[in-house]
Design a protein around this ligand. Structure first.
Ligand code: GBH
Length: 446
């Protein structure tokens, strides 16, 4: 039986949802099974030089075969909610046409298994694994991909809509834009700024069309976007740094929030891109009405702040994690949560990702001591608690990630899981953070 909670626990609201998150390509493996088609991430990760050690998601955490065990583990942790993603190429191998029943059946079984265990399924429709056939037809640069996405979403809603209470449309459109089309570090590996922002528009159009399709099915659940937000701070107190920070914030945050929640693009970003940009030319009449179709909740993902210098560059202020891009700054979590509520109104929020990568060691005694993750999670949950106290309507929190997994271009070295995956045996081992998180859930607080 759980020990009684110490009196200094920061209690979360009654009914607060405690969860964990994953995504399809990062955990499933089974890349060639049951009629799954190829995605841009299969192509990208199998291209020499694109990922650390040439790692791919071909096997990953083998969740496709081990899901019953993984669901038992979630139940043992006491999770209320599990956020996962549905692989588009499992449902439509080439991204169009008749659905692949075996792909849908996998998710139906898994979702039924969650419901049987009293864990609420939260499904993301797109976590970056675009069918390669659609990429060959232009990918997200092609407006038609947004229409294909709406058709895929409709198929999934009709198959699973009666058993999934919360849906998320597109995971982190910004990361597709920035990593897929600016740095080229993610699939499809392009470096084309003009294309990048048109891609942003088509991803948001895809989101809006999926919301419309969802409403049309009449299914009872809720739906919203999953957006990674970065609080931006000036690196010094010069007016130039303040101005550069405002524009940076436009590209990091408002570009993705405003169209959905305000029905308009931020004018400073549009002005910066210019009237001849593919984004500006690509906005058709009526698009913003589609994109701003009312959503039921906003899913926020937070990892790091950004400090902007007077010349528009960035600077480090806080200790980084083993991922060079991540500075550890819990107050940034408070800042971004309160800011969203202040600027966009009291829309219900869920945190669908927040976490720390570590290079873990499985000790001889069979334990994994990820003390840094416990500190990270405690500090960030304390910040979230402060945000709730300040009036932020945050209803649930999902740690990234349930399991160690394929960390995209960084391969398998960086481990985000609260559960360790011993890849050679695929054995799951609760890290210290998993034991700690189980107690957080029991106490409903930190
Ligand atoms: C999330 O992305 C993803 O949704 C999830 O799949 C992922 O595993 C998790 O977070 C952890 O990374 O500056 O070019 O070196 C977080 C998005 C990841 C986007 C790092 C920017 C910086 C790469 N960020 N990336 S770079």
């Amino acid at each position: 039986d759980p020990a009684p909670a110490p009196r200094d626990v920061l209690r979360f609201p009654e009914n607060f949802g405690w969860g964990a998150a994953t995504s399809a390509y990062q955990i499933e493996g089974a890349a060639k099974e049951d009629g799954r088609g190829e995605s841009v991430w299969d192509t990208f990760s199998r291209t020499p030089g694109r990922t650390l050690n040439g790692d791919t998601g071909d096997v990953a955490a083998d969740h496709y075969h081990r899901w019953p065990e993984d669901l038992d583990l979630m139940r043992d942790l006491g999770l209320h909610s599990y956020r996962f993603s549905i692989s588009w190429p499992r449902v439509q191998a080439d991204g169009t046409g008749k659905p692949n029943q075996r792909g849908l059946d996998f998710y139906r079984r898994m979702v039924d298994g969650l419901n049987e265990r009293g864990i609420a399924p939260m499904a993301t429709l797109f976590h970056w694994d675009l069918p390669q056939a659609l990429q060959d037809a232009g990918g997200w640069e092609n407006r038609d991909t947004a229409l294909r996405f709406a058709d895929y979403a409709d198929t999934v809603f009709r198959a699973l809509g009666d058993r999934i209470p919360v849906w998320l449309t597109v995971n982190e459109p910004k990361t597709v834009v920035q990593n897929g089309y600016l740095t080229g570090h993610h699939a499809p590996g392009k470096q084309d700024p003009d294309a990048a922002y048109l891609v942003a528009h088509h991803l948001q159009l895809a989101h809006g069309l999926a919301v419309q399709a969802f409403r049309a099915t009449g299914e009872p659940g809720r739906i919203g976007p999953a957006i990674n937000l970065h609080p931006c701070y000036p690196a010094d107190d010069s007016p130039a740094a303040a101005a550069a920070t405002r524009l940076y914030d436009g590209y990091e945050n408002r570009l993705y929030l405003d169209p959905i929640l305000r029905g308009s693009y931020p004018s400073d970003v549009l002005a910066d891109l210019g009237p001849d940009s593919r984004l500006v030319r690509g906005i058709a009449d009526g698009d913003l009405a589609v994109i701003s179709a009312p959503v039921d909740l906003l899913a926020v993902q937070y990892y790091t702040p950004i400090y902007v210098t007077a010349d528009g560059g960035t600077e480090r202020r806080w200790p980084t994690s083993v991922a060079a891009w991540q500075q550890i700054y819990p107050d940034g979590f408070y800042d971004i949560l309160t800011r969203v509520t202040r600027d966009y109104g009291p829309i219900p929020l869920t945190v669908t990702e927040n976490g720390l990568p570590t290079i873990d060691v499985l000790a001889a005694d069979g334990t994994v001591d990820d003390a840094a993750r416990v500190d990270f999670l405690r500090d960030h949950l304390s910040a979230a608690h402060r945000a709730i106290t300040a009036g932020v309507p945050l209803e649930s929190y999902h740690v990234w990630s349930l399991l160690d997994n394929f960390e995209w271009e960084a391969g398998y070295d960086q481990r985000f899981g609260i559960v360790y995956v011993d890849y050679p045996t695929q054995r799951r081992i609760l890290k210290r953070s998993a034991h700690w998180y189980r107690q957080v859930i029991r106490d409903n607080g930190v």
